[in-house]
Design a protein around this ligand. Structure first.
Ligand code: NAP
Length: 327
């Protein structure tokens, strides 16, 4: 693209991005894409092992297909064997690399431990913590935790911790945590995470709290593992038309479906963070449409260092890990 075209895109972004709608929607993706460098994803991932949770649907499926097309050995981590098998076949049809399926239920800590124990691959180059839920009602997992908290935060934390030796063994590994733009409206609230105070239960608020916490947790991982060869980044995909949006936010979906992104557009930054040499040394960032973004839009969502430290301790405790960091 010409210099003038890029300058115009930048000016339009400055004015249209603060509207949120014209940034998170598909017009936002098309505008932001004008500033992408196509060379960023002209990479060969052959020999790289990439694990994707929630790989059978929406953004996770689009990510798995894109990584497999780039030649990676993709391991689809899915909770439902039938849905997982269907996704596996579609990834195998499209990919250049190998793909296989493993079962995991993030709402069951024993299932996460089981996966980590039986995983055949000694090295993991990429872990995408993509699976997520926005429950309609308050539900408790087999581990006694609120479902949204465990699926979106504690499960991914345990999985990352257990896979750390394999990530470090790969020499240069990346962890990509899929958050949400909804986190901008939430502050880090440790008590609210554990015991959502709203009555009746408000899934949107519980979800936003977990996604805020995931962004902070990613920064904590990046700080603790600095120099370890493992990079940690979080991102948000904008608004993509996926089963989660259709079922968890039916009214929102009805209103916005004509402007929602495709799952592939939502997955673009996940794939870029997982694969592009441009972000090889990046760690601790929060990204949207291949650009690092602020993590706070309003001052009242900022957290203190004490609360950040409390988040790490909370995740360790609820995941059944020791309080000490594992590097
Ligand atoms: P999706 O198509 O519904 O995918 C969600 C995936 O998570 C599914 O594969 C689902 O498996 C899996 N999952 C849910 N609970 C699980 C559990 N306990 N154990 C293992 N896997 C589980 O929705 P999506 O929109 O692509 O969501 C992917 C990520 O993007 C989520 O973290 C979501 O919060 C985030 N996100 C999406 C949007 C958007 O606009 N779509 C916006 C912001 C953030 P099943 O098929 O078995 O249910």
């Amino acid at each position: 693209m010409s210099w003038a075209g890029r300058a115009t895109a930048r000016i339009l972004n400055t004015f249209l991005d603060p509207t949120i709608v014209l940034s998170y929607d598909r017009s936002g993706f098309r505008r932001h894409r004008k500033l992408f460098d196509p060379a960023d994803l002209q990479v060969d991932l052959q020999g790289r092992v990439c694990l994707v949770t929630g790989a059978n649907s929406g953004i996770g499926l689009a990510t798995s297909k894109a990584l497999a097309r780039l030649g990676a050995a993709v391991v689809l981590l899915c909770r439902d064997p039938a849905r997982g098998q269907e996704a596996l076949e579609s990834v195998q049809r499209e990919g250049r690399g190998t793909a296989r399926l493993e079962r995991i239920d993030l709402a069951d800590l024993a299932s996460i431990r089981g996966l980590a124990e039986r995983l055949a691959e000694p090295r993991v180059h990429v872990l995408v913590n993509n699976a997520g839920v926005l429950p309609a009602e308050r539900l408790t997992t087999v581990d006694g935790l609120e479902l949204c908290l465990q699926t979106n935060l504690i499960g991914p934390h345990l999985l990352t911790s257990l896979l750390l030796p394999r990530l470090q063994a790969s020499g240069a590994a990346r962890v990509v945590n899929v958050s949400s733009g909804g986190m901008y409206g939430a502050k880090l609230d440790l008590q609210g995470l554990v015991d959502p105070p709203e009555s009746p239960y408000d899934g949107v608020r519980a979800y936003a709290r977990t996604k805020r916490a995931l962004v902070v947790l990613t920064e904590l991982w990046a700080e603790r593992l600095a120099g370890s060869g493992v990079g940690f980044n979080s991102m948000h995909p904008g608004w993509a038309d996926t089963p989660a949006v259709r079922t968890s936010l039916p009214r929102f979906h009805r209103l916005t479906r004509s402007i929602l992104r495709s799952p592939e557009q939502g997955a673009d930054t996940v794939v870029w963070l997982a694969a592009s040499p441009r972000v090889e040394r990046q760690s601790g960032g929060f990204w949207f449409d291949r650009k690092q973004r602020r993590t706070h839009l309003v001052p009242w969502t900022r957290e203190t260092p004490t609360r950040r430290a409390g988040l790490w301790e909370l995740c360790q405790r609820l995941a059944g890990l020791s309080a000490a960091p594992q590097p």
